[in-house]
Design a binder for this molecule. Structure first.
Ligand code: SF4
Ligand code: SF4
Length: 117
Protein backbone atom coordinates (compact mmCIF):
# COMPACT_ATOMS: atom_id res chain seq x y z
CA UNK A 1 0.00 0.00 0.00
CA UNK A 2 1.22 3.51 -0.87
CA UNK A 3 2.26 5.59 2.17
CA UNK A 4 0.24 8.67 2.96
CA UNK A 5 1.87 11.86 1.72
CA UNK A 6 1.38 15.04 3.69
CA UNK A 7 1.55 18.35 1.83
CA UNK A 8 4.13 20.58 3.59
CA UNK A 9 4.26 23.26 0.90
CA UNK A 10 2.34 24.10 -2.32
CA UNK A 11 4.95 21.97 -4.17
CA UNK A 12 6.15 19.39 -1.65
CA UNK A 13 4.60 16.31 -0.10
CA UNK A 14 6.28 14.20 2.57
CA UNK A 15 5.62 10.58 3.59
CA UNK A 16 6.42 10.16 7.29
CA UNK A 17 6.24 6.35 6.99
CA UNK A 18 9.12 6.35 4.49
CA UNK A 19 11.28 8.98 6.21
CA UNK A 20 14.13 7.72 8.38
CA UNK A 21 15.23 11.22 9.47
CA UNK A 22 18.63 11.03 7.81
CA UNK A 23 18.76 14.83 7.22
CA UNK A 24 20.05 14.42 3.63
CA UNK A 25 17.27 16.64 2.24
CA UNK A 26 17.82 19.31 4.90
CA UNK A 27 21.54 19.42 4.21
CA UNK A 28 21.25 19.42 0.42
CA UNK A 29 18.55 22.10 0.08
CA UNK A 30 20.32 25.17 -1.40
CA UNK A 31 17.91 27.64 0.23
CA UNK A 32 17.63 25.86 3.61
CA UNK A 33 13.90 25.42 3.19
CA UNK A 34 13.38 22.14 5.06
CA UNK A 35 13.33 21.60 8.82
CA UNK A 36 12.21 19.00 11.33
CA UNK A 37 9.94 20.01 14.17
CA UNK A 38 9.31 17.15 16.60
CA UNK A 39 10.09 14.58 13.87
CA UNK A 40 7.69 16.25 11.45
CA UNK A 41 9.09 17.74 8.26
CA UNK A 42 8.06 21.27 7.45
CA UNK A 43 8.82 23.88 4.82
CA UNK A 44 9.82 27.48 5.44
CA UNK A 45 8.12 28.55 2.20
CA UNK A 46 11.36 29.35 0.35
CA UNK A 47 11.32 26.38 -2.05
CA UNK A 48 12.73 27.12 -5.52
CA UNK A 49 11.51 23.73 -6.80
CA UNK A 50 14.96 22.46 -7.72
CA UNK A 51 13.93 18.92 -6.69
CA UNK A 52 17.33 18.12 -5.14
CA UNK A 53 15.69 16.92 -1.91
CA UNK A 54 13.47 14.54 -3.85
CA UNK A 55 16.37 13.21 -5.96
CA UNK A 56 18.66 12.61 -3.00
CA UNK A 57 16.16 11.25 -0.48
CA UNK A 58 17.17 7.59 -0.15
CA UNK A 59 13.66 6.54 0.86
CA UNK A 60 11.46 8.36 -1.67
CA UNK A 61 9.81 10.22 1.19
CA UNK A 62 9.71 13.57 -0.59
CA UNK A 63 7.92 14.52 -3.75
CA UNK A 64 8.31 17.93 -5.37
CA UNK A 65 5.91 18.82 -8.14
CA UNK A 66 6.85 22.13 -9.71
CA UNK A 67 3.92 24.42 -10.36
CA UNK A 68 3.79 27.78 -12.15
CA UNK A 69 4.44 30.65 -9.74
CA UNK A 70 3.17 34.25 -9.80
CA UNK A 71 5.44 36.25 -12.17
CA UNK A 72 7.41 38.24 -9.56
CA UNK A 73 8.12 35.21 -7.37
CA UNK A 74 9.08 33.09 -10.40
CA UNK A 75 11.57 35.77 -11.48
CA UNK A 76 13.27 35.99 -8.10
CA UNK A 77 13.38 32.20 -7.80
CA UNK A 78 14.89 31.73 -11.26
CA UNK A 79 17.53 34.34 -10.35
CA UNK A 80 18.36 32.44 -7.16
CA UNK A 81 18.54 29.17 -9.14
CA UNK A 82 20.88 30.74 -11.73
CA UNK A 83 23.06 32.19 -8.96
CA UNK A 84 23.34 28.79 -7.23
CA UNK A 85 24.18 27.07 -10.53
CA UNK A 86 26.86 29.63 -11.44
CA UNK A 87 28.39 29.40 -7.95
CA UNK A 88 28.51 25.61 -8.24
CA UNK A 89 30.09 25.90 -11.70
CA UNK A 90 32.77 28.40 -10.70
CA UNK A 91 33.73 26.39 -7.64
CA UNK A 92 34.26 23.18 -9.64
CA UNK A 93 35.75 24.55 -12.87
CA UNK A 94 38.54 26.92 -13.89
CA UNK A 95 37.26 29.42 -16.43
CA UNK A 96 38.50 28.79 -20.03
CA UNK A 97 40.20 32.23 -20.23
CA UNK A 98 42.04 31.63 -16.96
CA UNK A 99 42.99 28.14 -18.10
CA UNK A 100 44.45 29.52 -21.38
CA UNK A 101 46.36 32.18 -19.45
CA UNK A 102 47.73 29.56 -17.06
CA UNK A 103 48.89 27.29 -19.87
CA UNK A 104 50.57 30.23 -21.67
CA UNK A 105 52.35 31.12 -18.43
CA UNK A 106 53.50 27.51 -18.01
CA UNK A 107 54.82 27.48 -21.60
CA UNK A 108 56.80 30.70 -21.04
CA UNK A 109 58.38 29.28 -17.88
CA UNK A 110 59.29 26.06 -19.69
CA UNK A 111 60.86 28.00 -22.59
CA UNK A 112 62.87 30.17 -20.22
CA UNK A 113 64.12 27.13 -18.34
CA UNK A 114 65.04 25.50 -21.65
CA UNK A 115 67.12 28.58 -22.68
CA UNK A 116 68.95 28.65 -19.32
CA UNK A 117 70.08 25.00 -19.60
S1 SF4 B 1 12.94 21.35 -4.08
FE1 SF4 B 1 14.97 22.29 -3.78
S2 SF4 B 1 14.50 24.23 -2.79
FE2 SF4 B 1 12.66 22.98 -2.57
S3 SF4 B 1 12.87 22.03 -0.58
FE3 SF4 B 1 13.72 20.62 -2.12
S4 SF4 B 1 15.92 21.04 -2.18
FE4 SF4 B 1 14.91 22.77 -1.15
S1 SF4 C 1 16.23 12.67 2.88
FE1 SF4 C 1 14.29 11.53 2.94
S2 SF4 C 1 14.57 10.03 4.58
FE2 SF4 C 1 16.15 11.59 4.83
S3 SF4 C 1 15.24 13.08 6.28
FE3 SF4 C 1 14.78 13.79 4.20
S4 SF4 C 1 12.76 12.95 3.75
FE4 SF4 C 1 13.56 11.81 5.48
Amino acid sequence: MEAERKPIDPFITWASDYCKHCYTCINICPVKNLKFKKDEMFSLGKCIQCQLCMKYCPDFALEVVPKPLPKAKAKSQSETKAKIESQAESSTMTKPKARAKNSKKARNVAEREHKVH
